[in-house]
Design a protein around this ligand. Structure first.
Ligand code: AMP
Length: 155
């Protein structure tokens, strides 16, 4: 398998860099030139899997299109295998960016978290508190236009 080299950013190596290089062992489930996937050793449920780019970006907004596309291409395939192996019928994909968003390891990663019944030996999976706020359409339209314009300008 040929290695892809990215310029090193100023960020320090994380534990995931060492997992990709094999310096730290992992339960690997998938690998290609740009992507590595392995079991989470602090699982919320059986089969909790992490899918990471080999590129050492801290958060997804800093990730190259190439690595993002590579992850997007294999996430469905890895998810199908996790579901089949665990027998789970549902799952969450979680991706935290920044310490305030509960990101502990500063290397982009996608959690695939199977969902089982509450109280199941496998662990229930991800617990979510979802508290929607009121939506103001006027302010929403202005914000959507601003975001769209930033995307258009390539920022
Ligand atoms: P996050 O809070 O989104 O940064 O999640 C980091 C995840 O990495 C946690 O779910 C940890 O259990 C997991 N983790 C940390 N170290 C390892 C490791 N050596 N092998 C597998 N998973 C790990």
């Amino acid at each position: 398998m040929s290695a892809v080299c990215y310029p090193r950013s100023a960020m320090a190596d994380t534990i995931f860099t060492k997992i990709i290089s094999g310096e730290i062992p992992s339960h690997r489930v998938y690998e290609d030139d740009l992507v590595y996937a392995f079991l989470d050793i602090g699982p919320l449920s059986r089969g909790h899997t992490l899918v990471i780019p080999k590129e050492a970006a801290e958060t997804i907004d800093a990730l190259s299109d190439e690595s993002a596309a590579a992850i997007g291409r294999v996430l469905p395939r890895i998810s199908r295998a996790v579901l089949k192996a665990t027998g789970a019928a549902a799952y969450n994909i979680l991706q935290n960016n920044g310490e305030d968003a509960h990101q502990e390891v500063l290397h982009v990663h996608f959690h695939i978290i199977p969902v089982f019944e509450k109280g199941a030996a496998e662990g229930a999976g991800l617990g979510i508190v979802w508290s929607p706020r009121d939506f103001n359409h006027e302010k929403g339209a202005a914000l959507a236009a601003e975001i769209a314009s930033l995307i258009e300008s390539g920022s």
